[in-house]
Design a protein around this ligand. Structure first.
Ligand code: UD1
Length: 344
């Protein structure tokens, strides 16, 4: 069974390649390397002892897609490739809509033309109408009302794929809504390697720990939460990766569109994460409390029961493991895959 993984060199993509290879799938990876490094794929090979084919191309490149589908019998596609920086999406909305929507459409068209009809899409909890619903978020909860163009591209891509599935009884689409992926493969060989200043909490903390950043800014301590700081559903990236393997199995057995949360169902506050990371690393994380970040919500965590029942998947790894593996990756690769970055 052959799986095409778009965005295969990225953070979640590379960890998913490990899980797929370990589950004996043949993997073909595609990535334009605009926000990732081919080194991650070399390390996937090192971890698994298995090889995979790699195509350096954008998913918007229709000729490249045709070339891959013409030369391989692809059974299922996992589509990770896309722009993902929330702040940047508000500065460059047209680039975000163009890239994230055009690539999904080009991919689904190429799949239809080549008779490949199973697609797993990398969606996000950001599609939930978090300002008007209360955690835990089940898949049936209201979506929309997104706070930024990035979120809307996830919302719109889900709809495009839902419509595609409705148009052809052979199509199987699984939209996976991720909560907050953190951690790294326990080998410390692959992990999250953001370019520039990290937007997300865990990579920021780990760069403070390794001395690349001075201190963490905690965005507000006056939320209506256990300690006043924001609460999120952090999930180990290897649990997330294994969720994709389950989604592939699901897509083999079902047609139509399905949506599943990939989260743990447990919420941790920013300060709980800081403490857990300090414990795992033995490094003190200096922080200051600042204003709230615009668009942030107080509390956001999943109801993972549908995934447990229908996808036969639950997250197994706890916060200690998430922090340990993040630290293991960061201390072994203080500057990510490619040494000191020019943009630092
Ligand atoms: C963010 C995005 C979300 C995206 C997700 C991808 C926003 C508003 N939301 O989610 O759309 O799908 O990343 O992983 O950007 N925090 C700090 N200091 C920091 C960074 C974060 O205190 O330097 C706090 C935040 O206020 C929040 C928590 O840490 O309470 C988690 O933040 P983050 O990692 O950015 O994730 P989300 O905001 O949940």
């Amino acid at each position: 069974m052959t799986i095409l993984v778009t965005g295969g060199a990225g953070y979640i993509g590379s960890h998913t390649c490990v899980s797929l290879l370990e589950s004996r799938y043949t993997v073909v990876a595609m990535d334009d390397l605009s926000n990732s490094s081919e080194e991650s794929l070399r390390r996937v090979g090192k971890i698994t002892g298995k090889s995979m084919e790699f195509f350096k191309a954008s998913v918007q490149d229709e000729d490249a897609l045709s070339g891959i589908f013409d030369s391989h019998k692809i059974d299922c596609v996992i589509h990770f490739a896309g722009f993902k920086a929330v702040g940047e999406s508000t500065q460059k909305p047209l680039e975000y809509y163009e890239n994230n929507l055009a690539s999904t459409i080009a991919l689904a068209k190429a799949m239809s033309e080549h008779g490949c009809k199973r697609l797993i899409f990398s969606s996000s909890a950001t599609v939930y109408d978090g300002r008007n619903i209360v955690a835990p978020f089940a898949e049936s909860a209201r979506t929309g009302n997104c706070t930024n163009p990035y979120g809307w591209t996830k919302f719109m891509n889900e709809q495009i794929l839902r419509d595609w599935a409705a148009s052809d009884p052979e199509v199987s689409v699984v939209n996976l809504r991720y909560f907050n992926p953190i951690g790294a493969h326990p080998s410390g060989l692959i992990g999250e390697d953001p370019r520039g200043i990290p937007n997300n909490l865990m990579p920021y903390i780990s760069q403070v720990a390794v001395g690349r950043r001075d201190h963490l800014s905690v965005y507000g301590d006056d939320y209506d939460t256990k300690d006043g700081t924001g609460v999120r559903d952090y999930i180990h990236v290897m649990d997330l990766a294994e969720g994709h393997v389950k989604a592939v199995e699901y897509a083999m057995e079902h047609t139509g569109e399905a949506v599943f949360n990939l989260g743990t169902g447990t919420g941790y506050s920013v300060l709980e994460i800081v403490k857990a990371f300090e414990k795992a690393s033995g490094v003190k994380i200096p922080y200051v409390i600042t204003d709230r970040r615009p668009g942030d919500l107080a509390e956001l965590y999943s109801d993972p029961s549908k995934s447990a029942e229908q996808l036969h998947w639950t997250a197994k790894r706890g916060l200690e493991e998430m922090c340990r593996d993040t630290w293991n990756w960061q201390k072994n690769n203080p500057n990510g895959y490619e040494g000191q970055r020019k943009d630092d």
